[in-house]
Design a protein around this ligand. Structure first.
Ligand code: DC
Length: 234
């Protein structure tokens, strides 16, 4: 069966990761979380007291940074590893969220991570979410999705997510963090977040999770079918 690449971009905290994971499961594709890679790089800078404004530190960070994904044997979910250590929970902490946009503005960091992402998606059959997936990482993706949701909805969802991981954070703090990340991610020089004109737009503020997943899966199946009938006729 012909496989495609699905690129899901959008603002912080609008449900991209959980949606992308469910779409991948439904289609039997691999889910790849590019944000987790920027978060892993951020944790690496923090753990090693490396400064993102010092070019020598950035070089050192990239030389010693090894990110990999391995499925959890019990849940089957892909989990992120940094230099061999499972960092799946640590990268979601506020400590990392507060610094990640700054690290994601660094040209050399982006260069390295984009190359890794492109290698991971080479065989197609992947759903990747992030900010520059449809524009830079996979500009030829057969399906591009742009997700958004209003700031209040996103903040409440993110607070719930952190609570489930045992971290109690004030709503205002979360709101400020999301708004600030939106600002940095959209205005940075290197691959800013932007909606590609061909992308399917989904505002999830008033959608159920099931329906946003179903919309993307439906669209993906249409494209896969079209690709197959084209391949059959040529
Ligand atoms: O999707 P997320 O919230 O886990 O992403 C964390 C940060 O990483 C986000 O603030 C911006 C950055 N990011 C990026 O610049 N490019 C990507 N492809 C994915 C994430």
């Amino acid at each position: 069966m012909g496989k495609i690449v699905i690129a899901i971009d959008g603002y912080s905290g609008c449900g991209k990761s959980s949606t992308a994971r469910a779409v991948a499961k439904e289609l039997g594709y691999t889910y790849l979380d590019s944000g987790a890679m920027y978060r892993a790089a951020t944790l690496h800078f923090l753990n090693n007291f490396l400064s993102p404004t010092n070019p020598q530190d950035v070089e050192k960070a990239l030389k010693t940074l090894e990110i990999s994904f391995h499925p959890n044997p019990e849940t089957g979910r892909q989990e992120t590893f940094l230099n061999g250590l499972n960092i799946v929970d640590e990268i979601r902490s506020m400590r990392v969220s507060e610094r990640v946009s700054e690290i994601a503005t660094l040209k050399n960091v982006r260069h390295e991570l984009v190359a890794q992402q492109q290698r991971l998606g080479k065989k197609k059959g992947v759903v990747m979410d992030g900010r520059d997936i449809g524009s830079v990482v996979f500009p030829g993706a057969e399906l591009k999705v742009f997700m958004s949701a209003d700031l209040d909805t996103r903040s409440v969802r993110r607070q719930q997510e952190l609570l489930e991981k045992g971290e109690l954070v004030e709503l205002d703090e979360i709101k400020n963090n999301l708004a600030e990340r939106d600002r940095i991610d959209s205005s940075r020089k290197e691959s800013p977040l932007l909606k590609m004109p061909e992308a399917m737009e989904i505002d999830t503020s008033d959608l159920t999770f099931e329906s946003q997943v179903a919309q993307i899966v439906y669209q993906a199946r249409q494209i896969i079918e079209k690709e197959q009938s084209y391949a059959g006729n040529h």
